[in-house]
Design a protein around this ligand. Structure first.
Ligand SMILES: N[C@@H](CCC(=O)N[C@@H](CS)C(=O)NCC(=O)O)C(=O)O
Length: 406
């Protein structure tokens, strides 16, 4: 599909943008993003209220005529006119999936398995495990958790939002494998158990189980994030209650084990889905990061067999990408998310409003501010800008996040 001129004159660019939006709305037949069928591979559609992107190489005086790469002669057309050689093909795609993550992150492991289930190709940007995260924050507007997915100038925060977007863009194979009987609703409801309470208890046992071996800066950061404002007292209390937490986890791993006792290969059928990725990341985390994790899991044979099957799915195919390249990709792209409003929104959020969004737990995190662009019951998307990225559209889930109106 044609791309808008990145550095052309503003009026031409805008006309081109309107033309593309017109074509796109004709093709899509409706405007909203959140519950529409997959958009397929991203195309770069400028929007009417676009702000100009940062220029990579500001034009200096007259534009230079293209020259031939070393060793390549200028081409001569039949007419006899000398033509400049074709520019080399860009190897970097603006619509590739980029995951900002680090290898030890269990929530990133959940998404990596999600890539594996759909056998996707993706790029990996390794981010620091502790703030500051100077190359991530310009993309997210302040959200600092791991992982974050970027596709062009669309930034997806939280694994819930990431996996939903992957399902929308790449519906086959589905994350809801038994969808004749189970719509997307039940799997997502189950993931609120795995990702909220079960995850919180797993994190607590891993942090408390490490005792005084945690580096001070790591303990302070994760303590505040997962144990609240009075984290030192809470962490100490959890250290004294390891058996209590182990009993809590054991009961829940037993549920999974019983669930897997039938003839099914995966939690919702013979094919893996989003619930498998969400349950697996807890098993992966507890086994890898808590001294007694392997022992705790060892009494659950069905769980162990399933763990091996999920592990064998792999992570799709990935290659590294530098943080600078990821920022450049955002800067050279425009969001593909159409503006969308929702008349039934209980908070009466409408495009154009300024809002703040933060996880709805006491983790001491700052709200990300932006201008509402798309609203639904599942997600909220805001437009914001930074000098490094130009305008980006940042997406969050609704469930689990608190929105404040400025
Ligand atoms: N609800 C979030 C939780 C993300 C989360 O807590 N991730 C951990 C890493 S596994 C984290 O952000 N740790 C702090 C950090 O990486 O800065 C999601 O599902 O993405």
């Amino acid at each position: 599909m044609a791309k808008p001129p990145l550095r052309g004159n503003k009026v031409a660019r805008r006309l081109f943008a309107y033309f593309l939006v017109f074509l796109k709305s004709k093709a899509a037949g409706r405007a909203c993003h959140a519950r529409q069928p997959p958009a397929g591979h991203a195309t770069h559609v400028s929007r009417p209220h676009d702000k100009p992107k940062r220029q990579q190489h500001p034009p200096q005086g007259k534009e230079k005529q293209p020259t031939s790469p070393p060793g390549e002669k200028p081409r001569r057309e039949k007419s006899g006119m000398i033509q400049p050689p074709k520019p080399p093909k860009k190897t970097r795609s603006m619509s590739e999936i980029i995951l900002h993550q680090y290898p030890q992150s269990p929530v990133a492991e959940k998404v990596r398995v999600g890539f594996g289930i759909k056998n996707l190709t993706w790029r990996s940007v390794e981010i620091p495990r502790l703030p500051p995260k100077p190359d991530l924050v310009p993309l997210t507007g302040g959200y600092r958790r791991t992982p974050v997915m970027q596709i062009g100038a669309d930034i997806y925060c939280d694994s819930q939002c990431i996996l939903r977007e992957l399902e929308r863009r790449y519906p086959t194979p589905s994350y809801y494998p038994a969808s004749e009987h189970l719509s997307g609703g039940l799997p997502w409801a189950i993931t609120r158990w795995t990702d909220d309470r079960f995850f919180a208890q797993t994190i607590k046992i891993v942090l408390a189980g490490a005792g005084d071996n945690l580096p001070a800066d790591f303990a302070e950061d994760r303590g505040r994030l997962y144990f609240g404002a009075d984290w030192q007292t809470e962490l100490k209390a959890a250290q004294l209650e390891l058996q209590h937490y182990a009993a809590q986890l054991r009961g829940q791993f037993a549920w999974l084990n019983d669930w897997l006792a039938g003839s099914r290969n995966f939690l919702l059928g013979d094919q893996p889905g989003v619930v498998d990725a969400c349950a697996y990341h807890l098993v992966w985390f507890i086994r890898g990061r808590w001294d007694s994790g392997a022992k705790l899991l060892s009494e659950f044979p069905h769980l162990l067999e399933w763990e091996a099957r999920v592990k064998a799915i792999g992570h799709g195919t990935n290659t590294d990408l530098s943080a600078t390249e990821a920022l450049d990709i955002a800067n050279n792209s425009t969001t593909v998310t159409p503006e969308c409003s929702d008349d039934n929104d209980p908070q009466q959020l409408t495009p154009g409003m300024e809002i703040g969004i933060a996880p709805d737990i006491d983790g001491g995190e700052l709200a990300v501010t932006g201008i509402v662009h798309a609203v639904s019951c599942d997600s909220i998307s805001v437009l914001r800008e930074s000098p490094e990225t130009g305008q980006v559209c940042v997406h969050f889930p609704r469930v689990g996040y608190r929105i404040s109106v400025a």
